[in-house]
Design a protein around this ligand. Sequence first.
Ligand SMILES: [Ca+2]
Ligand SMILES: [Ca+2]
Length: 286
Amino acid sequence: MRATLVAAVFLLLTGAASDDQPWMLCSVRTTSAHPNSPARTYVEPIAIVLRRSRNAVEFTKPPSPSPGKDYYRTGEKFSVMRGGLSSGTVTILPADNNTCQPIERLAQRSGKPTPRWRSADAVAGTSVDVRRRVSPLRAPSAGENRELLAVVRQLFAIKAVPAAVLDQIKSENVAATDLDGDARIDFIGTFVVRDSRNTHTLFVVVMRDRSGALRADVIRYDRSLNTRDDSGAKNWTLVDVEDFDGDGIDEIIVENHGWEWGSYDILRMKRETDWEVVYSGGGSGC
Ligand SMILES: [Ca+2]
Ligand SMILES: [Ca+2]
C-alpha cells in the first residue's frame, strides 16, 4: 500500500494532477531582501494530500527523497494559495548548493509575499485542491489587536510571566479570518515576550464565540532561557489556513520551529472548541 502510494506520488510529480490522485502540498517561504542578498523564495513539502471522498482527505508524510527521485523538476510551476485564494505561482529553479536540498528548493515567486511574515506564508502544489473562500486572511484591525492582546496577556499571566513585561508582548504572523464559517472573525498568531531570565512564546487560535467573547481554543507555549542558546527552545508560526476537505471549516497549517529542525502540523476542528492535530510531518530538518 505504502509502496503504491510512493509510486503514485512520484508519478504525480512528473505528470498532471487529477482530483482523485494524491498531490504534494508544499510551503512557500520568501526571505526579506538585504543590501547584500536579494529576497529568495523556497518551497518544501508539507504532506501528500489524498481525497478520500467528497468531505474527507488524508494527509500522509512525503516519501524520503532518494537518488534519481526528486520532488521537483526545474521549471515546473506550482499554484500558490493563501486562505483559499490564488496568490500567484512558484517556478522551481535549478538546484543550488543549499544544504537542505533536495527537500527544500529555490523557486521564483510571482505574486506578493505577505508583509512582515516570519517563515512560510502560503502553500503551493501542482493543482491545489481546496475549497475556494471569499474572506481572505488579513491583519487584525487596531481594535481587534487590542482585544486579542488582552487574551494573550491573560494566557501569559497564567504561565507566570512577570506582570512587568506584559506591555512588551511582540506579535508575529497574526491573521484574522472566519475559520468556522459562522460569520464571526477568528484569530491565529504567535506572541513573544522576554523577561530578565526567559523568552516566552505562545501560539494561539482564538475564536469569537456566540456571545461575542474571545475564546482560546489552541494554546501552545514554550519557555526558554535567554542566557544561552537553548537547544530545547521551540516556537510555532501560522503558515496558512485552507479548507482541504470542503466542510466549510478551515484546517490550520502550523510550522514547528526547533533547534535546527522544522516540521508542520495540520489542525482540524473535531467539534466546537476542540482542534485535533490530524497530521504531523514534512519540513527539512535543517
Ligand atoms: Ca468564526
Ligand atoms: Ca475543512
